[in-house]
Design a protein around this ligand. Structure first.
Ligand code: SAM
Ligand code: SF4
Length: 331
């Protein structure tokens, strides 16, 4: 039972994002409510359970895993998890998405444990705005983290910026300059309607990838690249910085579902087949009721593929279309 994971639309799933915790040291306005309630520990997969599900995913042809959250670096033992996942034969790429606030401490241990690549979220270069957008974060810690990642030897690091109109849309050019001058890639993300937030109106704050690209076009000579990552990103490059990519993640304005190769494992152990839908299968139940039964997990993975919907239907409404928050989902 190690055949590839193929869904009803012929798409092969080779990439899994794993949310290792729903907790975070930041409270970004687009991701969390100010006073979040987090899951009780008993509902969260243990690191051993994450490892067991990952082992079976890799046995079924998954070649890329991204650890995310919440903030993966607040989960005790995450470096050990990286080391054990990296040792799995068949896994080609192990990445992490982090807010960067603790990378000054963790870059070297993560590199030593075998982590291949980092994505670091950075929405603004202004310390006061950074505090407002993250509520609890400090810009200088993240900038130190970005330097630490480079010093530890991480290459092809990518910055992720969520752009909100009236909040940081005037910073897209400085952010790209910051990235390119440091040899980093950067992706701009349209805000997605996940979870109920009260701090801003998502419809009013919506800033499309096309608007961002137009702004960048005034400062850089941009040309489209033909890289296909099987994901929602479309990439461009700026003249003079050919080694780096400028990505646009546009769940609203461009439908990217046709070549989707990914699924998500939530903090609670639900395998979520699509970010924009609720179709999922409970792997915590499977793994807790039949510990050590790899065949049962693999059989369930193949069953789960039948649930993967053809596409998502995000719209620009202010109403959240999906009630779960990004932090437990694994952004
Ligand atoms: N804490 C880590 C971080 O911030 O990079 C990893 C988890 S975070 C949920 C992953 C990514 O999702 C971040 O780049 C964040 O900016 C993005 N994100 C969170 N909520 C979002 C939303 N509602 N729409 C679009 N992107 C979102
Ligand atoms: Fe935390 Fe990342 Fe969500 Fe910000 S986007 S609150 S850093 S999980």
């Amino acid at each position: 039972m190690t055949a590839a994971l193929v869904d009803n639309f012929g798409r092969e799933v080779t990439y899994v994002r794993i949310s290792v915790t729903d907790r975070c040291d930041f409270r970004c306005v687009y991701c969390m409510a100010e006073d979040m309630t987090f899951l009780p520990k008993s509902q969260i997969l243990s690191l051993e359970e994450i490892e067991a599900i990952a082992r079976n995913l890799v046995a079924c042809g998954v070649t890329k895993i991204r650890l995310t959250g919440g903030e993966p670096l607040v989960r005790p033992g995450v470096v050990g998890l990286v080391e054990r996942l990296k040792a799995m034969s068949g896994l080609r790429e192990l990445c992490m998405t982090t807010n960067g606030g603790q990378l000054d401490k963790y870059s070297v241990p993560l590199k030593d444990a075998g982590l291949d690549r980092l994505n670091i979220s950075l929405d603004t270069l202004d310390p006061e705005r950074f505090r407002q957008l993250t509520r609890t974060g400090r810009l200088e810690r993240v900038l130190a983290g970005i330097d630490a990642a480079r010093d530890a030897g991480f290459e092809h690091t990518k910055l992720n910026a969520v752009v909100l109109k009236g909040r940081n849309d005037d910073e897209v050019v400085p952010l790209v300059r910051f990235a390119l001058e440091r040899g980093l890639d950067i992706s701009f993300i349209e805000e997605m309607p996940l979870g109920v937030i009260t701090e801003h109106d998502r419809a009013e704050a919506f800033c499309s990838s096309d608007e961002i690209r137009e702004r960048l076009g005034e400062a850089f000579d941009l040309s489209p690249m033909s890289v296909d990552t099987g994901g929602p990103s479309r990439y461009w490059r700026a003249e003079g910085y050919e080694a780096n990519r400028i990505g646009f993640i546009s769940p609203h304005s461009h439908n990217f579902c046709g070549d989707c190769n990914r699924v998500r494992l939530t903090t609670e152990g639900r395998l979520l087949l699509c970010l924009g839908n609720e179709h999922s299968m409970d792997f915590r139940e499977i793994i807790r009721s039949r510990p050590g039964d790899d065949l049962a997990v693999q059989r369930a993975l193949h069953e789960a593929m039948k649930l993967k919907p053809e596409r998502h239907y995000f719209s620009h409404d202010s109403e959240p279309q999906i009630l779960r928050f990004m932090n437990a989902t694994g952004g």
